[in-house]
Design a binder for this molecule. Structure first.
Ligand code: G5P
Ligand code: MG
Length: 247
């Protein structure tokens, strides 16, 4: 585990199934970087039966996007609740903003006043055939957002979350017809969003391609260290090793 030396405010973009959640989990473990996923927040609202959950449920199940103003409010309140909106904090967003409208609202209402604009927008590029294969085998633990795949990273006990032992579920929107609609929505909304961030400055947007999340993570990890620097934290294991070497 290591800490970043300079504040990193990261957005992960990519088509459904490209591995945003997977890369988020890995970055969080590797860099002690907190993150939130707009999809996970909505799924928790649905599970808890909130007003937002009731509205989002039918939209998600049709593969459409939740309206910009509602989505921005949901994520902004989460950012505020976690006290992340300062120039010094590092954090990561998975799947929000995903339209230019959301990016503009987030920027003008929340990030610019706090001098905490996004400084690293990562676009994951994964071939479509690889994506379709993954979705058929995905399971999730909704309370935590932890992800599994029956072939790539299966749970230790079939159908159960590794940490809590609670049941895993399939996402209703992983149905093939809904999934095609989600891919279509992604293609329609992404170009204007990427243009918005390209106009924020040279090098803010960075694309990374690969057939697997392992290949992508290796490149992403290197790029994060290059941009933000790292300080390796001493863990209990390191301390023991160092003590052993000194004996
Ligand atoms: P979500 O939840 O943000 P999507 O569609 O953007 O959903 P999704 O499906 O969550 O994205 P992902 O996070 O990019 O995909 O991918 P993932 O879950 O990490 O990986 C997919 C599967 O592949 C997993 O099972 C993983 O274990 C496996 N896997 C990963 N890497 C590999 C690999 O290398 N090999 C193999 N074999 N497997 C691998 O949004 C859902 C809905 O919520 C609403 C919309 O309705 C949206 O459709 N929503 C919003 N609406 C408006 N605005 C927003 N900002 C919104 N955010 C969410
Ligand atoms: Mg996801």
């Amino acid at each position: 585990m290591s800490r970043l030396l300079r504040p990193a405010r990261v957005l992960l973009l990519g088509p459904p199934g490209s591995g945003k959640g997977t890369q988020t989990e890995r970055l969080l473990k590797r860099f002690d970087l907190p993150g939130i996923s707009s999809g996970d927040i909505l799924r928790r609202h649905i599970k808890e039966g909130t007003e937002i959950g009731m509205l989002a449920s039918s939209i998600i199940n049709q593969g459409r996007l939740v309206p910009d103003d509602i989505m921005t409010e949901v994520v902004a309140s989460e950012l505020g609740r976690r006290h992340w909106l300062t120039p010094a904090n590092s954090w990561l967003l998975d799947g929000f903003p995903r339209t230019r409208g959301q990016a503009e609202m987030l920027d003008s209402r929340e990030l610019a006043p706090a001098r905490a604009g996004l400084n690293f927008v990562v676009e994951l590029v994964v071939p479509e055939h690889a994506i379709l294969d993954r979705i058929a085998n995905r399971l999730v633990h909704v309370p935590s957002g932890r992800l599994y795949n029956l072939t790539y990273n299966p749970p230790k006990v079939a159908g159960r979350d590794d940490v809590t032992g609670e049941p895993l579920t399939r996402r209703a929107d992983d149905d093939p017809a809904v999934f095609r609609k989600r891919l279509h929505e992604y293609r329609a909304s992404t170009q204007p969003l990427v243009e918005f961030y390209k106009n924020k400055g040279a090098g803010v947007v960075w694309s990374v391609a690969g057939e697997t999340s392992d290949v992508i993570f290796a490149q992403l990890e290197t790029e994060v260290v290059r941009r933000f620097g790292e300080r390796v934290e001493e863990t209990a294991d390191c301390a023991e090793e160092a003590a052993g070497a000194a004996d």
